[in-house]
Structure formats: structure tokens, C-alpha cells
Design a protein around this ligand. Structure first.
Ligand SMILES: Cc1cc2nc3c(=O)[nH]c(=O)nc-3n(C[C@H](O)[C@H](O)[C@H](O)COP(=O)(O)OP(=O)(O)OC[C@H]3O[C@@H](n4cnc5c(N)ncnc54)[C@H](O)[C@@H]3O)c2cc1C
Length: 470
């Protein structure tokens, strides 16, 4: 049997990008996937959630269309149709990735992979059951021999031990993303990124949504102004947000204790989403047998993406470095280039310095770079979207952009506002490249655009704003 240069376990974004890049560099690659091609991102995460957020966004626009002179007296939410569209988008994306892998002559094995030795992967073949989304194993097995193994097994929802997962009212994002009927009420445990995105989807489609968060604010990893703004906007949109509440029971009736007053609140919902985080998918027994280092967070890797065993690499959520597809994609490419590098070539190192984090809420939120603990030499600039012409024309003036600046360079940036995911890359590039503010502020930005707010904020930081004052 032919020996592979690399066998990748898991066909999510990290595994897929790694496999394609190895193939581009001339390597013979196989991917083993026990579920659908595309991983969590395509089938249960990024793609379906954003497909449903698009429907939520349209519902929001229709609800508010009167202000643009378009009266829509009556409209209805056809949730089964929204679900069908979501499923169509997933299938199209999955087919696109499958075709891409075929185009690069990547062999695809459908089944569960086990690392038997640093050069051997055992595949237990199976067929996916489209009704149950479970793998029906055929009993057949095959051993693949390879120079390199890449573990790209992803992550799964974290469900705390006191929660009874067999209770039908309790769901993780994995189940909620596949539902075909709109729940009348939805309670979300966890006000992080996934919790806030599901709150956006279901509140705008008509469910009565409550978010229960243990910490004093939602999106606690972001700036306090961002948390306050999204809380205000969501509450105006009928989402109930209980912060500082510790959930003690979820099955049947949800119970939570107010951490300030000690008072217990009860919420009766037919559906409770547990969105308190995600954890790496690990095969601990196998790793112990091989002597592969891992922690509870994920598989330990260096910046070349190599694990503690030469020839075994890990990428994506399985490393616990980040739970973001674009971080995994970059890790996959870095890993591939290190596997295929020539003897005299320097290794390519993964840089975690600038990984944009986006919340696809209404309005959207981004965070780039690291806000320094010591702010003594930092200038903070906050500019509201109310000064941006395009935002005023289109009546999307909620929100602001906030920059942390040291020595005429942006070190961190956060924003909340209409479609800010589409304007953040300019700042990400500036932070990553260490660009001087003036260099970018001098470049002509098209008018009127949302993107102009970046130029406005940079000019304001330098005392040169010509289009607004605060
Ligand atoms: C609801 C939701 C929304 C999200 N939205 C975004 C977003 O908008 N943007 C973003 O950047 N990130 C988002 N994420 C996170 C993103 O989905 C993950 O960061 C990304 O999928 C990680 O990619 P990965 O390749 O590491 O793993 P995964 O996508 O998890 O893929 C791992 C694959 O490995 C397979 N596998 C595991 N073990 C084995 C085995 N033993 N044998 C064979 N196959 C195996 C699994 O079946 C899976 O298909 C979201 C996540 C969720 C849950």
C-alpha cells in the first residue's frame, strides 16, 4: 500500500486547509472524517449560524422597514423554510469543500481514525446516517501508513456535570442549530459569543429569549463599553439579560441565584441552550499510550504546530489555542508548510498576536489585538457611528469604534456597529504590520462608507479630524 506524506484526522477548516496546502506543495495526503466534510464550522457552527442570522437580519429590517418609507403591514416567519435554506447553504458549502479536496487529489476516508503509532493511523469505516447524524460502523478497518499525522479533531460543547443531558429541554448549539421548528421561548445559559449569536437569531425570529450569565456582564472578554451597548440594544429588542446569576438547575425549570441578592429566579422554557464554552475533542487513552502531551485545554503544540512527538502535529480547536475557524485555518497552513519544508528552510511560526474575534449579533461586534493591562502610555479614542455619513443615511447609527493607541500605532481595536465585521480587517492589518496611523489616515477612503469611520478615528487620534468633532 502507498505510504502517505500526511494523514489528517478531521476535515474541519483546520484539517482541510492543512490537507490542501500539503497537496499544493506536492505531498500525498489523506483525510479521515467520521462526520460530514467541513467539520463543526460548515455543518454545525459558522455556516448554519450565519445562515440563520441572515434570516434574523432580514426579519429585523422588515420589522423596521417603515422608517425607510416601506410599509409592511403583515409578514410571517416561515421557520421550516429558514431551516431548509440553512440546510441548503450547509450542503453547498460541504460540496464545495469536498470538491476542493478532490481537486487536490486528497484521498477521503469516511470513518473514525485512531493514531496507532507515530506513523500509523487505523480507520474504522462507517457510513453517516442522515436521520440520526450518527456514524453506522461497517466493521471494516484499514491501516494507513504515513510520514506525518495531523490531529485536527476539533471541539465540542462544554456541558457541566450537574446538567442532565438526557433532558429533552436541554440542548447544545449542536442540536439547536438543526432544529426545524421555532421555539416559543428559549433560555440561553452563557452570554459569550455563541450565546449572544443565538439570542440574536431567535429573538429576531420571534422567540422570547432570556440570557443568563454568571459574570457581571455579557461578552466579558470584550471592553465594558461593548458589553453595555449590546446589552442595551438587545434589551430594547425584548431580550431579557440576567447577569451575575449562577445557574443551579436546568432540567424542568431553570433555577439561578442572583449573586448580589441571593434571590432565586426560576425560568420555565421548553428549550434551554447551554452555551458556556467549548472543549477540545481528545482521545486521551491513545495519547497516554503514545506519550503525547496534552492538557484539559487541548493537545500541546509548539509554534510550528508539532506536538511532543516528532511526526505528529495538531491544529485547530483540538490545540485549545483558540475556538475560531480562521485561527485553525492559519494553523493548518503553517503546519503544512513546516511538514513540507526543505531541509535548509526556516520553519514558519504561528503568530497568535492578531486573531480577529467577531460576534455576528445585530449590530455586529469585533475585537482585535490585546488591550494592555498598563494603560499609562496608551491613548484611547472612541468615535460613535453617529458621526459617519453612511450610517446616518442608512439609519444604522448605533455603536462606536474604540482604539487603543501607543506611539502613533494602534495596538487594539474594538467596535460595535452595523456590519463591522466587514471593516475590521484594515485595523487588523495595521496592528499586525505595526503601521503608523498617519500612513493609513493619508490614504483616501471612499465616501460615504462605513469604513470611513476608521479614517475618522485615526485622524481624530492625531488631532486632525476634519469631518466631525466630539
Ligand atoms: C454555533 C457555532 C458558531 C460558530 N461560528 C463561528 C464563526 O462565525 N467564526 C469562527 O471563526 N468560528 C466559529 N465557530 C467555531 C468554529 O466552528 C471552530 O473554531 C472550527 O470549526 C474549528 O475547526 P477545526 O478544524 O479545528 O475543527 P472542527 O470544525 O470541529 O472539525 C473537526 C472534525 O474532526 C472530526 N473528528 C474528530 N475526531 C475524529 C476521529 N477520531 N476520526 C475522524 N474524524 C474525527 C469531527 O467529526 C469534525 O468534523 C463556531 C462554532 C459554533 C459551535
Amino acid at each position: 500500500m502507498e505510504k502517505y506524506n500526511a494523514v489528517v484526522i478531521g476535515a474541519g477548516p483546520a484539517g482541510q486547509s492543512c490537507a490542501v496546502r500539503i497537496a499544493e506543495l506536492g505531498g500525498k495526503v489523506a483525510v479521515v472524517e467520521r462526520d460530514y466534510i467541513g467539520g463543526i464550522c460548515t455543518n454545525w457552527g459558522c455556516t448554519p449560524s450565519k445562515a440563520m442570522i441572515e434570516s434574523a437580519k432580514v426579519a429585523h429590517e422588515v420589522e423596521n422597514s417603515g422608517r425607510y418609507g416601506i410599509a409592511v403591514d403583515q409578514y410571517n416567519i416561515d421557520f421550516p423554510k429558514i431551516a431548509r435554506r440553512r440546510n441548503k447553504v450547509i450542503r453547498k458549502t460541504r460540496d464545495f469543500i469536498t470538491d476542493l479536496l478532490h481537486h487536490h487529489n486528497v484521498d477521503i476516508y469516511q470513518g473514525k481514525a485512531e493514531v496507532s503509532a507515530p506513523d500509523t493511523v487505523k480507520v474504522k469505516f462507517g457510513k453517516l446516517n442522515n436521520e440520526t447524524y450518527q456514524m453506522d460502523y461497517t466493521g471494516e478497518e484499514e491501516i494507513l501508513t504515513t510520514d506525518n499525522i495531523i490531529i485536527a479533531t476539533g471541539s465540542k460543547a462544554l456541558i457541566p456535570g450537574f446538567i442532565d443531558e438526557s433532558d429533552p429541554s436541554i440542548v447544545s448549539s449542536h442540536e439547536l442549530i438543526t432544529i426545524e421548528e421555532l421555539p416559543e421561548k428559549l433560555t440561553i445559559v452563557g452570554g459569550g459569543v455563541i450565546g449572544m449569536e443565538f439570542a440574536t437569531i431567535f429573538s429576531n425570529l420571534g422567540s422570547q429569549v432570556t440570557v443568563v450569565e454568571l459574570l457581571p456582564r455579557v461578552l466579558a472578554m470584550m471592553d465594558t463599553d461593548i458589553s453595555a451597548e449590546i446589552t442595551k440594544i438587545m434589551e430594547e429588542n425584548s431580550v431579557s439579560i440576567l447577569t451575575n446569576h449562577k445557574v443551579t438547575n436546568v432540567g424542568g425549570v431553570l433555577k439561578a441565584i442572583n449573586q448580589d441578592t441571593g434571590e432565586e429566579v426560576t425560568i420555565d422554557s421548553p428549550m434551554n441552550l447551554i452555551a458556556i464554552g467549548r472543549t477540545a475533542v481528545l482521545q486521551e487513552d491513545l495519547y497516554d499510550r503514545l506519550g503525547l502531551d496534552y492538557t484539559r485545554k487541548g493537545i500541546e503544540v509548539d509554534d510550528t504546530m508539532q506536538t511532543s512527538i516528532p511526526g505528529i502535529w495538531a491544529v485547530g480547536d483540538a490545540t485549545g489555542k483558540s475556538i475560531l475557524a480562521h485561527c485553525g485555518i492559519q494553523q493548518g497552513v503553517v503546519c503544512a508548510e513546516n511538514i513540507m519544508r526543505k531541509v535548509n528552510e526556516d520553519p514558519r511560526l504561528m503568530d497568535y498576536g492578531v486573531i480577529p474575534a467577531i460576534v455576528y449579533s445585530l449590530p455586529e461586534i469585533f475585537s482585535i489585538g490585546v488591550v494592555p493591562d498598563d494603560l499609562s502610555d496608551i491613548r484611547i479614542v472612541k468615535v460613535p457611528f453617529a458621526v459617519n455619513l453612511r450610517a446616518n443615511i442608512e439609519e444604522h447609527t448605533d455603536g462606536f469604534i474604540k482604539l487603543w493607541i501607543r506611539d502613533h500605532q494602534v495596538v487594539a481595536a474594538q467596535a460595535i456597529g452595523y456590519m463591522v465585521s466587514e471593516i475590521q480587517q484594515e485595523l487588523a492589518n495595521m496592528i499586525a504590520l505595526g503601521t503608523d496611523i498617519d500612513q493609513v489616515a493619508r490614504v483616501v477612503h471612499a465616501h460615504p462608507t462605513y469604513n470611513e469611520i476608521i479614517k475618522s478615528a485615526l485622524e481624530y487620534a492625531e488631532g486632525k479630524a476634519v469631518d466631525f468633532y466630539l
